[in-house]
Design a protein around this ligand. Structure first.
Ligand SMILES: Cc1cc2nc3c(=O)[nH]c(=O)nc-3n(C[C@H](O)[C@H](O)[C@H](O)COP(=O)(O)OP(=O)(O)OC[C@H]3O[C@@H](n4cnc5c(N)ncnc54)[C@H](O)[C@@H]3O)c2cc1C
Length: 443
């Protein structure tokens, strides 16, 4: 086990009363004055991004460091879950299942929730810049998820970017695109629906295939004269490749076409054409997913990694692969999909809600150990994803990842695919999501 020793020194000046639950109503004093006076004498930990990872970290920090002053900054008014959102697109679960109240966990666990946009950082002064003003921190957690790298397709052609984002939304980031995509699926009258998949690493690798299956199920059920073409940059379906291939062939042979090695070369959203390494395609409608990168906040914090060979940005956080803090600033931690590579054997941890939740707990524990003046213990997550491939009867496949450290200190991954679709896995999936929502949403 790898251990590190760090110490935390309490702030010289701690203002205000003891830490406790709060819904922030920040006074806007002026753009240069810090807002949100500190609560109590414990450490102030600011978390940027209240999704799967950020909300988990907030809960566990409050539990592990009872006098901590935890502030969670989130741009959205409510929580939208990626997990289960494919099922929501085709009405297998309702809106209240994937869209949840964030004030309940903030009150229950006693952290401050502020709905605001994180706009930048003054790391030398340990301050976060937000739309409401500056916020001080002792420790900072960046958990803003991903951004769509449309520039990889369109350079600085903002017209093409805006057109693609608004006409062919992919709903891989929790925002208004989710409602927009749902209405696109509902109103799909037929023709060719193209889905582009991003190159790895990207958010939740098995989920675009799940989405294709469930939209195909919707097309089949409603006898819509439609087809789905999946343009996949990978040479084969992965993960759970056998299970997905069987679902495509046995359930949706006349609806889904999977095209491997179809890395996108050029997209013309106005004329509905895509050039790929596997040929050119026209579409009637599309779900266009460009490459993924770490959320803007990591770029704004100037903490994006650089490729050793080329010196170019990796697109992901530059971090210690076992302790999850920035390599150049040990007061800044990363949680969730924005994290950088972990191991030469497998690259990144899967960019999943399961891993974000796990790392949220690990990082909370790491910070608690530092605050207590203890050695920090390096810990490993695991990963588990359930994917629905059939809506009637409801059947799922799944994938599990386990991790261990070898004698050289390298983290190694074992992948276990469950390719046989069963209804038992559906029950496991709902037990899994209810357990996770209980963990960080407090329900
Ligand atoms: C269709 C789909 C299906 C999926 N299925 C599964 C599944 O079955 N199992 C699974 O484990 N995972 C699944 N995932 C993946 C899962 O959703 C993500 O891996 C998970 O949400 C990552 O958590 P995170 O905290 O890193 O990011 P998020 O949950 O996206 O949270 C990031 C938060 O940061 C906020 N934010 C970003 N920038 C700012 C800013 N500047 N200011 C303020 N707030 C900001 C965002 O609004 C967001 O709320 C799925 C994802 C999708 C899209």
């Amino acid at each position: 086990m790898q251990r590190r020793h760090f110490l935390w020194t309490p702030p010289a000046l701690a203002l205000g009363a003891a830490a406790g639950p709060a819904m922030a109503a920040p006074a806007i004093i002026g753009s240069q004055s810090p807002i949100l006076p500190r609560k109590g004498k414990g450490p102030r930990i600011v978390i940027c991004g209240g999704g799967w990872g950020g909300m988990t970290a907030a809960r566990y920090l409050r539990e592990l460091i009872p006098n901590s002053d935890v502030v969670l900054l989130e741009r959205n008014a409510t929580f939208w879950s990626g997990p289960m959102s494919n099922k929501w697109l085709v009405d297998i679960v309702g809106t209240d299942f994937v869209n949840r109240d964030m004030l309940h966990p903030a009150n229950k666990y006693g952290y401050t929730l502020l709905q605001t946009e994180v706009t930048g950082f003054e790391r030398d002064k340990k301050q976060v810049r937000t739309a409401h003003g500056l916020i001080e921190y002792d420790f900072l957690i960046l958990s803003g998820g991903i951004r769509n790298d449309y520039e990889a397709w369109f350079g600085n052609d903002q017209r093409a970017i805006d057109y693609t984002r608004t006409r062919f939304p992919n709903a891989y980031i929790p925002n208004q695109e989710m409602l927009s995509l749902k209405s696109k699926v509902k109103n799909f009258k037929g023709g060719t629906l193209v889905m582009t998949l991003p190159p790895p690493p990207h958010r939740c690798p098995p989920s675009p295939y799940e989405r294709a299956c469930l939209i195909a199920w919707h097309i089949k059920k409603n006898k819509i004269p439609g087809k789905i073409v999946i343009l996949d940059p990978k040479p084969k379906i992965a993960p759970i490749g056998v299970g997905y291939k069987q679902a495509f062939e046995e359930l949706y042979a006349d609806i889904i076409t999977h095209v491997p090695n179809a890395g996108v070369r050029e997209v013309d959203p106005f004329n509905k054409q895509i050039k790929t390494a596997a040929g050119d395609f026209k579409f009637d409608d599309a779900i266009l997913m460009p490459p993924h990168q770490a959320a803007d906040m990591v770029w704004k914090a100037d903490l994006i990694g650089k490729d050793v060979a080329t010196g170019k940005p990796t697109g992901w956080a530059d971090m210690h692969n076992r302790l999850f803090h920035a390599r150049s600033d040990d007061r800044v931690y990363f949680v969730g999909d924005l994290m950088g590579a972990i191991s030469p054997q497998f690259g990144h941890y899967p960019k999943s809600g399961h891993v974000a939740n796990y790392i949220g707990k690990i990082v909370a524990r790491n910070i608690a150990e530092r605050v207590a003046g203890k050695e920090v213990v390096a810990r490993l997550p695991d990963n588990l994803c359930y994917m629905m491939v059939n809506g009637d009867p409801q059947e799922e496949i799944s994938v599990k990842f386990e991790y261990e450290v070898d004698a050289s200190g390298q983290v190694n991954q074992t992948q276990i695919d469950m390719d046989v679709r069963t209804s038992d896995l559906v029950k496991e999936d709902f037990a899994w999501i209810n357990g996770k929502f209980g963990d960080f949403l407090g329900i």
